[in-house]
Design a protein around this ligand. Structure first.
Ligand SMILES: Cc1cc2nc3c(=O)[nH]c(=O)nc-3n(C[C@H](O)[C@H](O)[C@H](O)COP(=O)(O)O)c2cc1C
Length: 204
């Protein structure tokens, strides 16, 4: 085994080792608006489900390593505490990558990536029409994890409304995992796809 003290590595090295190790990570494609109503769309793989009652998800827009500035998604969430978390499947991932480029504040990544805005039912930020599952959320807490470059900001959001594409559900309305075709982020430029599924019944 090789052992590393996090405190002796650069931010980039810590990020890289942990991104390879803590993988695969699901991808939240997050739509937000600023107080003037300008739309932003960006992906985050520091993302997961943490509670069902209340239904809570968490994702983390980090401070940029190059200049310690904050991401537009985070700035928008301080202004308008609502977001849509759009789930990413294989068909969508190429446009998601395009949406992740560093655009000027105020640029609408729906347009840059060629994605379609779909009005949400209860909140102001739009959904991504091409996404198989869209979660309308309200932001409960934003918790900065540090002040330096690379520091995460935990966004703790409650899911209010869930939209599932029809073909993902059986006739009883239950989700069929094999239909979702999600992708996930790993280390560096690696991604994976949920095409190697298996079932493991719970122990009695
Ligand atoms: C698949 C994927 C996952 C990403 N995950 C994160 C993440 O968890 N946290 C983060 O700060 N940036 C992440 N990024 C980079 C952001 O998407 C990128 O910095 C984006 O430009 C931020 O946009 P914004 O400033 O408009 O919010 C990810 C990029 C990709 C392609």
């Amino acid at each position: 085994m090789k052992s590393f003290e996090a405190s002796e590595l650069t931010i980039g090295q810590v990020h890289n080792y942990l991104q390879h190790a803590i993988a695969p990570r699901p991808i939240a494609l997050v739509s937000t608006i600023d107080r003037a109503g300008k739309v932003n769309l960006s992906p985050f793989s520091f993302f997961n489900l943490f509670s069902a009652n209340p239904p809570v998800i968490i994702f983390s827009p980090s401070r940029r390593v190059k200049d310690n500035t904050t991401k537009h998604t985070l700035e928008n969430l301080y202004e308008v505490r609502e977001c849509v978390v759009n789930i990413v499947d294989y068909n969508l991932v190429f446009k998601v990558n395009q949406a992740s480029a560093e655009y000027e504040k105020g640029v609408n990544e729906f347009i840059e990536a060629g994605l379609t805005e779909l009005a949400s039912i209860h909140i102001k930020p739009p959904r991504v029409a091409e996404s198989p599952v869209q979660l309308e959320c309200t932001v409960q807490h934003i918790m900065p994890l540090g002040k330096g470059p690379g520091a995460g900001n935990l966004v703790i959001a409650e899911v209010k409304t869930m939209h599932f594409r029809d073909d993902l559900l059986d006739e009883l309305g239950k989700p069929m995992q094999e239909k979702f075709d999600q992708v996930a982020r790993l280390g560096g430029d690696w991604y994976c796809r949920t095409t190697d599924l298996f079932k493991l019944p719970k122990p009695i």
